[in-house]
Ligand binder design. Structure first.
Ligand SMILES: Nc1ncnc2c1ncn2[C@@H]1O[C@H](COP(=O)(O)OP(=O)(O)OP(=O)(O)O)[C@@H](O)[C@H]1O
Length: 315
Protein backbone atom coordinates (compact mmCIF):
# COMPACT_ATOMS: atom_id res chain seq x y z
CA UNK A 1 0.00 0.00 0.00
CA UNK A 2 1.31 3.38 -0.88
CA UNK A 3 1.93 5.72 1.94
CA UNK A 4 0.51 9.04 0.80
CA UNK A 5 1.89 11.61 3.09
CA UNK A 6 -0.52 14.14 4.48
CA UNK A 7 0.03 17.07 6.78
CA UNK A 8 -0.37 16.35 10.44
CA UNK A 9 -1.82 19.10 12.56
CA UNK A 10 0.91 19.88 15.05
CA UNK A 11 0.03 20.35 18.68
CA UNK A 12 2.77 22.93 18.94
CA UNK A 13 1.98 26.59 19.04
CA UNK A 14 4.36 29.42 18.37
CA UNK A 15 6.21 28.93 21.67
CA UNK A 16 9.18 26.65 21.25
CA UNK A 17 8.98 23.50 23.33
CA UNK A 18 11.27 23.49 26.30
CA UNK A 19 13.99 21.22 25.06
CA UNK A 20 16.54 21.98 27.72
CA UNK A 21 18.45 18.76 27.75
CA UNK A 22 20.84 18.91 24.88
CA UNK A 23 22.39 15.59 24.02
CA UNK A 24 24.93 16.14 21.27
CA UNK A 25 24.57 12.71 19.72
CA UNK A 26 25.95 13.95 16.46
CA UNK A 27 28.29 16.85 17.14
CA UNK A 28 28.88 18.72 13.90
CA UNK A 29 32.37 18.74 12.47
CA UNK A 30 34.14 22.09 12.12
CA UNK A 31 33.28 22.20 8.40
CA UNK A 32 29.61 21.60 9.17
CA UNK A 33 29.36 24.55 11.52
CA UNK A 34 28.30 27.85 9.99
CA UNK A 35 31.01 30.52 9.94
CA UNK A 36 28.86 32.72 12.15
CA UNK A 37 28.67 30.20 15.01
CA UNK A 38 31.83 28.16 14.55
CA UNK A 39 33.61 29.84 17.41
CA UNK A 40 30.66 29.59 19.80
CA UNK A 41 29.76 27.07 22.43
CA UNK A 42 26.99 24.51 21.80
CA UNK A 43 23.58 26.02 22.40
CA UNK A 44 20.20 24.93 23.76
CA UNK A 45 16.79 25.80 22.34
CA UNK A 46 16.54 28.50 25.02
CA UNK A 47 19.19 30.39 23.03
CA UNK A 48 16.73 30.82 20.15
CA UNK A 49 13.55 32.83 19.84
CA UNK A 50 10.73 31.91 17.49
CA UNK A 51 10.03 34.39 14.71
CA UNK A 52 7.31 32.49 12.84
CA UNK A 53 6.11 29.08 11.71
CA UNK A 54 7.63 28.21 8.33
CA UNK A 55 5.64 25.10 7.66
CA UNK A 56 3.93 22.00 8.96
CA UNK A 57 4.79 18.61 7.60
CA UNK A 58 4.04 15.01 8.26
CA UNK A 59 7.00 14.92 10.60
CA UNK A 60 6.46 18.08 12.66
CA UNK A 61 6.62 21.84 12.54
CA UNK A 62 9.42 24.00 11.18
CA UNK A 63 10.02 27.38 12.81
CA UNK A 64 12.08 30.35 11.73
CA UNK A 65 14.17 31.17 14.81
CA UNK A 66 16.71 33.82 15.69
CA UNK A 67 19.75 33.12 17.80
CA UNK A 68 19.45 35.69 20.59
CA UNK A 69 23.19 36.27 20.97
CA UNK A 70 24.06 36.77 17.30
CA UNK A 71 20.72 37.66 15.63
CA UNK A 72 21.48 34.95 13.04
CA UNK A 73 18.45 33.23 11.55
CA UNK A 74 17.95 29.46 11.46
CA UNK A 75 15.18 26.98 10.75
CA UNK A 76 14.25 24.68 13.64
CA UNK A 77 12.30 21.53 12.82
CA UNK A 78 10.55 20.19 15.92
CA UNK A 79 9.22 16.65 15.84
CA UNK A 80 6.98 15.15 18.50
CA UNK A 81 8.27 11.66 17.85
CA UNK A 82 6.83 10.44 21.18
CA UNK A 83 6.03 6.77 21.13
CA UNK A 84 4.88 6.60 17.48
CA UNK A 85 7.32 4.09 15.98
CA UNK A 86 6.85 5.31 12.38
CA UNK A 87 7.53 8.90 13.36
CA UNK A 88 10.54 7.89 15.42
CA UNK A 89 11.92 5.84 12.56
CA UNK A 90 11.50 8.77 10.16
CA UNK A 91 13.13 11.32 12.40
CA UNK A 92 16.05 9.07 13.29
CA UNK A 93 16.57 8.34 9.61
CA UNK A 94 16.55 12.06 8.85
CA UNK A 95 18.99 12.75 11.71
CA UNK A 96 21.29 9.97 10.55
CA UNK A 97 21.40 11.30 6.99
CA UNK A 98 21.80 14.94 7.99
CA UNK A 99 24.69 13.85 10.21
CA UNK A 100 26.40 12.12 7.28
CA UNK A 101 25.94 14.81 4.66
CA UNK A 102 28.08 17.85 4.02
CA UNK A 103 27.33 19.38 0.64
CA UNK A 104 26.40 22.88 -0.54
CA UNK A 105 23.45 21.22 -2.33
CA UNK A 106 21.95 19.57 0.77
CA UNK A 107 20.38 21.61 3.56
CA UNK A 108 22.90 21.94 6.38
CA UNK A 109 22.17 20.75 9.90
CA UNK A 110 23.90 22.70 12.66
CA UNK A 111 22.73 20.98 15.84
CA UNK A 112 20.29 18.36 17.05
CA UNK A 113 18.52 18.71 20.40
CA UNK A 114 16.94 15.70 22.02
CA UNK A 115 14.70 15.28 25.04
CA UNK A 116 14.25 11.98 26.92
CA UNK A 117 10.47 12.02 26.21
CA UNK A 118 11.17 11.78 22.48
CA UNK A 119 10.87 15.40 21.29
CA UNK A 120 13.59 16.18 18.80
CA UNK A 121 14.58 19.53 17.32
CA UNK A 122 16.86 19.87 14.31
CA UNK A 123 18.55 23.24 13.84
CA UNK A 124 19.16 23.88 10.14
CA UNK A 125 20.34 26.66 7.90
CA UNK A 126 17.45 28.99 7.08
CA UNK A 127 16.50 29.07 3.40
CA UNK A 128 14.92 32.50 3.01
CA UNK A 129 13.04 32.00 -0.27
CA UNK A 130 11.02 28.93 0.78
CA UNK A 131 10.61 25.91 -1.48
CA UNK A 132 10.52 25.54 -5.26
CA UNK A 133 6.84 24.75 -4.80
CA UNK A 134 6.03 28.01 -3.01
CA UNK A 135 8.34 29.96 -5.34
CA UNK A 136 6.59 28.72 -8.48
CA UNK A 137 3.13 29.24 -6.96
CA UNK A 138 3.85 32.86 -6.07
CA UNK A 139 6.19 33.81 -8.91
CA UNK A 140 4.74 31.71 -11.72
CA UNK A 141 6.30 28.99 -13.84
CA UNK A 142 10.09 29.03 -14.18
CA UNK A 143 11.91 29.72 -17.44
CA UNK A 144 14.14 27.17 -19.17
CA UNK A 145 17.22 29.19 -18.25
CA UNK A 146 16.32 29.27 -14.57
CA UNK A 147 15.43 25.59 -14.66
CA UNK A 148 18.85 24.71 -16.09
CA UNK A 149 20.40 26.48 -13.09
CA UNK A 150 17.99 24.71 -10.72
CA UNK A 151 18.54 21.29 -12.35
CA UNK A 152 22.33 21.59 -12.06
CA UNK A 153 22.08 22.19 -8.33
CA UNK A 154 19.62 19.38 -7.65
CA UNK A 155 21.74 17.03 -9.76
CA UNK A 156 24.86 18.00 -7.85
CA UNK A 157 22.94 17.21 -4.66
CA UNK A 158 21.67 13.87 -6.01
CA UNK A 159 25.10 12.99 -7.37
CA UNK A 160 26.54 13.61 -3.89
CA UNK A 161 23.79 11.61 -2.15
CA UNK A 162 23.93 8.70 -4.59
CA UNK A 163 27.74 8.57 -4.33
CA UNK A 164 27.21 8.21 -0.57
CA UNK A 165 24.63 5.46 -1.18
CA UNK A 166 21.70 7.61 -0.05
CA UNK A 167 18.44 7.45 -2.01
CA UNK A 168 16.17 10.40 -1.25
CA UNK A 169 12.85 8.80 -2.34
CA UNK A 170 10.79 12.01 -2.04
CA UNK A 171 12.18 14.52 -4.53
CA UNK A 172 9.44 17.04 -5.33
CA UNK A 173 9.18 20.85 -5.48
CA UNK A 174 8.07 21.07 -1.82
CA UNK A 175 11.24 19.32 -0.63
CA UNK A 176 13.66 21.56 -2.53
CA UNK A 177 14.55 24.66 -0.54
CA UNK A 178 15.69 27.94 -2.09
CA UNK A 179 17.37 31.09 -0.83
CA UNK A 180 17.44 34.61 -2.24
CA UNK A 181 20.70 33.85 -4.10
CA UNK A 182 18.74 31.19 -5.99
CA UNK A 183 20.73 28.44 -4.33
CA UNK A 184 18.70 25.23 -4.28
CA UNK A 185 19.20 22.55 -1.60
CA UNK A 186 17.68 19.13 -1.09
CA UNK A 187 15.77 18.74 2.19
CA UNK A 188 13.42 16.37 4.05
CA UNK A 189 15.12 13.01 4.43
CA UNK A 190 12.27 11.43 6.43
CA UNK A 191 11.73 8.59 3.95
CA UNK A 192 15.24 8.36 2.50
CA UNK A 193 17.24 5.20 2.61
CA UNK A 194 20.91 4.44 3.09
CA UNK A 195 21.82 1.56 0.79
CA UNK A 196 24.19 -0.87 2.45
CA UNK A 197 24.90 -3.12 -0.50
CA UNK A 198 25.05 -2.22 -4.17
CA UNK A 199 22.09 -4.40 -5.07
CA UNK A 200 19.94 -3.51 -2.08
CA UNK A 201 16.35 -3.51 -3.19
CA UNK A 202 14.54 -0.26 -2.66
CA UNK A 203 11.01 -1.08 -3.53
CA UNK A 204 8.94 0.10 -0.61
CA UNK A 205 6.06 2.45 -1.24
CA UNK A 206 7.27 5.42 0.71
CA UNK A 207 7.42 9.02 -0.38
CA UNK A 208 4.81 11.06 -2.19
CA UNK A 209 3.24 8.70 -4.70
CA UNK A 210 2.56 11.43 -7.28
CA UNK A 211 6.31 11.67 -7.98
CA UNK A 212 7.03 7.93 -7.80
CA UNK A 213 8.63 6.22 -10.77
CA UNK A 214 6.91 3.37 -12.68
CA UNK A 215 9.23 0.72 -11.21
CA UNK A 216 8.18 1.61 -7.68
CA UNK A 217 4.65 0.60 -8.59
CA UNK A 218 5.66 -2.27 -10.86
CA UNK A 219 9.29 -3.38 -10.48
CA UNK A 220 8.79 -6.44 -12.72
CA UNK A 221 7.87 -4.38 -15.79
CA UNK A 222 10.01 -1.31 -15.36
CA UNK A 223 12.95 -1.98 -13.13
CA UNK A 224 15.04 -5.11 -13.20
CA UNK A 225 17.49 -4.85 -10.28
CA UNK A 226 15.74 -1.70 -9.12
CA UNK A 227 17.95 -0.01 -6.55
CA UNK A 228 16.23 3.31 -6.03
CA UNK A 229 18.73 5.79 -7.45
CA UNK A 230 16.94 6.05 -10.78
CA UNK A 231 13.64 6.65 -8.95
CA UNK A 232 15.10 9.96 -7.73
CA UNK A 233 15.86 10.87 -11.37
CA UNK A 234 12.26 10.22 -12.46
CA UNK A 235 11.05 12.46 -9.62
CA UNK A 236 13.52 15.14 -10.69
CA UNK A 237 12.22 15.00 -14.30
CA UNK A 238 8.64 15.34 -13.12
CA UNK A 239 9.63 18.20 -10.83
CA UNK A 240 11.34 20.09 -13.69
CA UNK A 241 8.33 19.56 -15.93
CA UNK A 242 5.93 20.77 -13.24
CA UNK A 243 8.00 23.90 -12.58
CA UNK A 244 7.97 24.70 -16.31
CA UNK A 245 4.30 24.07 -17.12
CA UNK A 246 3.04 25.42 -13.77
CA UNK A 247 0.97 22.43 -12.67
CA UNK A 248 1.44 18.75 -11.80
CA UNK A 249 2.00 17.32 -15.30
CA UNK A 250 0.40 13.89 -14.98
CA UNK A 251 -3.12 15.14 -14.30
CA UNK A 252 -5.32 17.84 -15.78
CA UNK A 253 -5.14 21.10 -13.82
CA UNK A 254 -7.34 21.00 -10.75
CA UNK A 255 -7.89 17.23 -10.73
CA UNK A 256 -7.35 15.81 -7.26
CA UNK A 257 -4.79 13.02 -7.36
CA UNK A 258 -5.84 9.65 -6.04
CA UNK A 259 -3.60 6.61 -5.86
CA UNK A 260 -5.32 4.58 -8.60
CA UNK A 261 -5.43 7.44 -11.13
CA UNK A 262 -1.79 8.23 -10.49
CA UNK A 263 -0.73 4.61 -10.74
CA UNK A 264 -2.51 4.26 -14.11
CA UNK A 265 -1.05 7.52 -15.43
CA UNK A 266 2.48 6.61 -14.33
CA UNK A 267 2.52 2.93 -15.31
CA UNK A 268 0.18 2.74 -18.32
CA UNK A 269 0.32 6.23 -19.83
CA UNK A 270 3.02 7.68 -22.06
CA UNK A 271 5.71 9.50 -20.06
CA UNK A 272 4.70 13.16 -19.77
CA UNK A 273 6.51 15.50 -22.13
CA UNK A 274 7.09 19.19 -22.71
CA UNK A 275 4.80 21.39 -24.84
CA UNK A 276 5.84 22.67 -28.28
CA UNK A 277 8.34 25.49 -28.48
CA UNK A 278 10.96 24.42 -25.96
CA UNK A 279 14.62 23.90 -26.86
CA UNK A 280 15.87 20.49 -28.03
CA UNK A 281 18.23 20.46 -25.06
CA UNK A 282 15.40 20.83 -22.53
CA UNK A 283 13.22 18.26 -24.29
CA UNK A 284 16.14 15.82 -24.45
CA UNK A 285 16.93 16.35 -20.76
CA UNK A 286 13.35 15.60 -19.69
CA UNK A 287 13.30 12.48 -21.89
CA UNK A 288 16.50 11.21 -20.26
CA UNK A 289 14.89 11.62 -16.81
CA UNK A 290 11.44 10.26 -17.68
CA UNK A 291 12.33 6.94 -19.31
CA UNK A 292 9.78 4.45 -18.02
CA UNK A 293 12.37 1.69 -18.01
CA UNK A 294 14.57 2.57 -15.05
CA UNK A 295 17.61 1.02 -16.73
CA UNK A 296 17.41 3.53 -19.60
CA UNK A 297 17.24 6.57 -17.33
CA UNK A 298 20.42 8.63 -17.11
CA UNK A 299 22.26 8.86 -13.80
CA UNK A 300 22.78 12.13 -11.93
CA UNK A 301 26.40 12.28 -13.02
CA UNK A 302 25.49 11.64 -16.69
CA UNK A 303 22.79 14.31 -16.57
CA UNK A 304 25.28 16.86 -15.25
CA UNK A 305 27.05 16.51 -18.62
CA UNK A 306 23.83 16.82 -20.62
CA UNK A 307 23.83 19.88 -22.97
CA UNK A 308 20.82 21.29 -21.05
CA UNK A 309 22.90 21.49 -17.87
CA UNK A 310 26.02 22.73 -19.60
CA UNK A 311 24.56 25.93 -20.98
CA UNK A 312 25.91 29.19 -19.47
CA UNK A 313 24.43 30.22 -16.15
CA UNK A 314 22.63 33.55 -15.96
CA UNK A 315 21.86 33.38 -12.24
N1 LIG B 1 15.72 24.94 6.35
C1 LIG B 1 14.56 25.50 6.06
N2 LIG B 1 14.49 26.81 5.75
C2 LIG B 1 13.31 27.39 5.43
N3 LIG B 1 12.12 26.73 5.42
C3 LIG B 1 12.11 25.43 5.73
C4 LIG B 1 13.32 24.74 6.06
N4 LIG B 1 13.01 23.45 6.30
C5 LIG B 1 11.69 23.34 6.13
N5 LIG B 1 11.13 24.52 5.80
C6 LIG B 1 9.70 24.77 5.56
O1 LIG B 1 8.92 23.91 6.38
C7 LIG B 1 8.08 23.05 5.58
C8 LIG B 1 7.99 21.66 6.20
O2 LIG B 1 9.31 21.13 6.28
P1 LIG B 1 9.65 19.60 6.11
O3 LIG B 1 9.23 19.24 4.74
O4 LIG B 1 11.06 19.33 6.46
O5 LIG B 1 8.74 18.96 7.18
P2 LIG B 1 8.23 17.52 7.16
O6 LIG B 1 7.51 17.36 8.42
O7 LIG B 1 9.38 16.60 6.95
O8 LIG B 1 7.30 17.51 5.87
P3 LIG B 1 6.82 16.27 5.02
O9 LIG B 1 5.40 16.06 5.37
O10 LIG B 1 7.00 16.68 3.57
O11 LIG B 1 7.70 15.14 5.38
C9 LIG B 1 8.74 23.05 4.21
O12 LIG B 1 7.80 22.80 3.20
C10 LIG B 1 9.30 24.46 4.12
O13 LIG B 1 8.28 25.38 3.74
Amino acid sequence: MALVRGSRQSKLGLRLPDITERRPRFPPTASQLPKTTASQQPTTTADYETVQVLGHGNGGTVYKVVQKKTSNLFALKVVNAGSDPTMRRQVFREMDILRRTDSPYVVKCHEIFEKPDGDIAILMEYMDAGTLDSLSKTGGALTERTLAHVARQILNGLNYLHAHKIVHRDIKPANLLVNKNMEVKIADFGVSKIMHRTLDACDSYVGTCAYMSPERFDPDSYGANYNGYSGDIWSLGLTMLELFVGHFPLLPTGQKPDWATLMCAICFGEPPSLPEGVSDEFRGFIECCLQKDSGKRWTASQLLSHPFCRQPDNN
